[in-house]
Design a protein. Structure first.
Length: 110
């Protein structure tokens, strides 16, 4: 009889551990909100058109899109290069769009 009680207790303990583990995963996934300082990440679909409210894609035959990160040391070290690119495309009927994954206020400085 004692062996049966030990087996039942072992199975019950394993069941409790599994329920606690699965419960913690479900709580993290469905009930704990993302941190407020991190915006929700939106993955673009390959081949889809970018939604940029201030860009009229039909007005220019070519558009050069620069994806930049303001706190990247490579970007900061390459600032003279980007200035030359801006000057080069300025009068060539090419629309230049800079995309920053940061707040507008922070990226507007650049």
């Amino acid at each position: 009889m004692e062996k049966i009680n030990q087996k039942i207790e072992l199975v019950a303990n394993i069941f409790i551990i599994l329920v606690a583990f699965i419960g913690s995963i479900l709580v993290q996934k469905y009930f704990i909100a993302a941190p407020l300082n991190q915006p929700a990440r939106v993955e673009p679909k390959v081949g889809s058109q970018m939604n940029a409210p201030d860009v009229d894609w039909s007005q220019q035959p070519k558009t050069l899109i620069l994806a930049l990160q303001t706190d990247c040391h490579f970007f900061n070290e390459s600032a003279p290069f980007y200035k030359r690119v801006i000057e080069t495309v300025k009068n060539k009927n090419i629309k230049l769009v800079a995309v920053f994954p940061t707040e507008i206020e922070k990226s507007a400085k650049h």
